[in-house]
Design a protein around this ligand. Structure first.
Ligand code: CTP
Ligand code: ZN
Length: 157
């Protein structure tokens, strides 16, 4: 860790992906969604870092790993404010916002206790609907709509 001005920074990486502006309380959900606990790559993260935008933010750096868009977009489910920096040779070569996918398969749980996906080994499928600024997941199996802020997540596997 290096101290730069008033900001506490996690060390720079040579190559890989930096996820920044993650709300601090969503860090472990993001780790879970990207299945980082099973990753062989060097990973550093910081949390409860000061952010003007979020109050407290978290940041995750994965060395040597470049994700597919659909993998990163799953993160938007729990951290829509997150952004992605692609690092090559210590330089930020690309900055990307992530977008909530239209269909979410496998990672979110249905909030209906009676839903078949909570009783059998069936992959969940939701369509994402946004109405009057509120985003909800509509279950393909039981039609229940769950507000995105209440969604519980499983890892990708
Ligand atoms: N970063 C890194 N390793 C590098 C270069 C950058 O880990 N070799 C990280 C920085 O620590 C930062 C993020 O990638 O968290 C984006 O870098 P940069 O665009 O330089 O920072 P900011 O201008 O603060 O980005 P933003 O405006 O998106 O907050
Ligand atoms: Zn359901």
């Amino acid at each position: 860790m290096e101290q730069k001005g008033k900001e506490l920074k996690v060390s720079a990486i040579e190559n890989g992906t930096v996820l920044d502006h993650i709300p601090a309380d969503q860090l472990f959900k993001v780790i879970n969604i990207l299945d980082l606990q099973h990753s062989p790559h060097p990973i550093t993260f910081g949390t409860n870092l000061d952010s003007k935008m979020l109050g407290k933010k978290a940041i995750i750096k994965i060395s040597g790993k470049f994700f597919k868009d659909e993998e990163l977009n799953r993160v938007a489910l729990v951290a829509p404010s997150a952004n992605v920096n692609i690092i090559r040779n210590y330089e930020v070569v690309e900055k990307r916002k992530i977008a909530i996918p239209e269909i979410i398969e496998g990672i979110a749980k249905c909030s209906n206790p009676k839903c078949v996906t909570n009783h059998q080994k069936i992959k969940t499928i939701f369509t994402v609907i946004t109405h009057n600024g509120a985003t909800k997941l509509h279950c393909h199996y039981c039609e229940k709509e769950t507000p995105i802020e209440n969604v519980e997540v499983n890892s990708m596997l």
